[in-house]
Design a protein around this ligand. Structure first.
Ligand code: GDP
Ligand code: MG
Length: 433
């Protein structure tokens, strides 16, 4: 998503991490580099200034420089401050009314129609709402057809009757009320630029529909321009939130990092592709961690390094490289990982995995199956015929199908590892080259 930004930011932060001691001068120098990286990523200069000032103030204020691990602590302050400028907390859609009207506004090409369909799919499938789409872009004949096709694809109805945009919109609202729809998403016509005609039309819709949300759809690829556009729309229409699209492209991050702070309006969703499912709820924390390319993976790797046997780890990398990874090694790995403590705890440190429940019992089962095999079988799983599998299953108290499942998963994992060859792990650890 923000590959270049992440890489550069990490380069700077890595220096902090490596330093055992940190003087105020070191801090200033590091922050000067952070500032440059952010400006290069097209982040608004006021946001950059505020960000750097806050980080410095907190680092000094909390006596971080005198702590045992000053570099690590500065990195943590940077992360926390990133979360702040990204909006701090996730902001939910207001869907308290029946129907709740969501008015989608933005310039032509920003991704309104696509976002309308994405949102409809999200609300229908994940939030279990009955959703109606309204196609009010009468500017271009193809626009209505575009939404109808998208609606068909995601299995959601599209309302398009009426002679003027406002007529279509109010007609859709009537229809939604009569047919007990929970949500009405109104896709509107954009213009190439903000102009009076567009704003007047949207203001009229705003008055007639009394929407629960006015969502500005903004194209992240346009950088600071997206932020200016958001401000202009907000001045006229009082937007309630932002959907930032095209974050899958090589956006430098400027729009994403400036939007919430400059406009004071929350980013509610991000678009990460052209397909109806390419929509994500926006979580400031996860985004900050993604930008930093670390999450608490940093802490995780440190913990792993402290507790895992280094010789074993090297052995593991070598075996993957030579494609000699066996069930025997698999068992060693499981035992190693277990040394780190309960898996649920570990996963909480990985961004986006915090809510994943780990079935420790399932892992016990896997270990039991592996233990019931002979060493020879673990090294050469191809010898496992029907009678051997039966023996292993009864020895570990499972079904033969469980043994098969494990073998299948192992094969898949091996294939995946082959693909990892030559890639690098997040923290720059070479992975089996
Ligand atoms: N890569 C990518 N393309 C997108 C995204 N959102 C929209 N698009 C594309 O951007 C173009 C304009 O989108 P559209 O929804 O028609 O914009 P509208 O004029 O605001 O309605 C289309 O080609 C979309 O497929 C996104 O999140 N990622
Ligand atoms: Mg459109």
């Amino acid at each position: 998503m923000f590959n270049v930004l992440t890489e550069k930011l990490n380069g700077v932060l890595e220096k902090f991490r490596r330093q055992g001691q940190l003087t105020e001068k070191d801090l200033d120098e590091g922050l000067r580099e952070v500032r440059l990286v952010l400006l290069e990523a097209d982040v608004n200069y006021k946001v950059v200034k505020k960000f750097v000032d806050e980080v410095k103030q907190k680092a000094l204020g909390e006596n971080i420089l005198q702590s045992l691990t000053p570099g690590q602590q500065v990195v943590k302050v940077v992360r926390d401050e990133l979360v702040q400028i990204l909006g701090q907390k996730q902001s939910e859609l207001n869907l308290s009314r029946y129907p709740s009207v969501l008015l989608m506004v933005g310039l032509q090409g920003s991704g309104k129609t696509t976002a309308s369909a994405k949102l409809a799919k999200h609300l229908a499938t994940k939030v279990d709402k009955k959703v109606l789409l309204a196609a009010t872009d009468l500017q271009r004949p193809a626009a209505i057809e575009q939404l109808k096709q998208l609606g068909h694809r995601i299995g959601q109805p599209v309302f398009a009757e009426g002679k003027t945009p406002v007529q279509v919109a109010t007609g859709a609202l009537d229809h939604a009320k009569k047919n007990a729809f929970d949500v009405l998403i109104v896709d509107t016509a954009g213009r190439l630029q903000i102009n009076e005609e567009l704003m007047a039309e949207l203001e009229e819709m705003n008055q007639k529909l009394e929407p629960s949300e006015i969502l500005l759809v903004a194209d992240a690829m346009t950088g600071q321009e997206a932020v200016n556009i958001a401000q202009a729309f907000d001045t006229r229409l009082k937007i309630s939130g932002i959907i930032l699209t095209k974050l899958d492209g090589d956006a430098r991050g400027g729009a994403a990092l400036s939007m919430a702070e400059v406009t004071g309006k929350p980013i509610k969703f991000i678009g990460i592709g052209e397909k109806p499912e390419d929509l994500e709820v926006f979580y400031p924390e996860r985004m900050a961690e993604r930008i930093l390319g670390m999450g608490d993976i940093l802490g995780l790797i440190e913990q792993a390094e402290a507790q895992l046997d280094h010789a074993d780890a090297e052995d593991f990398v070598r075996k993957v490289r030579e494609d000699k990874f066996s069930l025997e090694d698999f068992r060693t790995q499981i035992r190693q990982v277990r040394k780190l403590g309960p898996l649920t705890k570990l996963l909480q440190k990985i961004p986006g995995m915090g809510q994943v429940e780990v079935d420790e019992k399932a892992l016990n089962r896997v270990e039991a199956i592996l233990n019931s095999m002979t060493r020879h079988e673990r090294l050469r799983p191809e010898v496992l015929n029907g009678s051997r599998k039966k023996r292993i299953a009864s020895g570990s108290g499972v079904q033969v199908s469980d043994v098969n499942k494990l073998l299948k998963r192992f094969e898949e994992a091996r294939k995946m590892m082959k693909q990892l060859k030559g890639k690098r792990l997040p923290m720059g650890m070479p992975f089996g080259r």
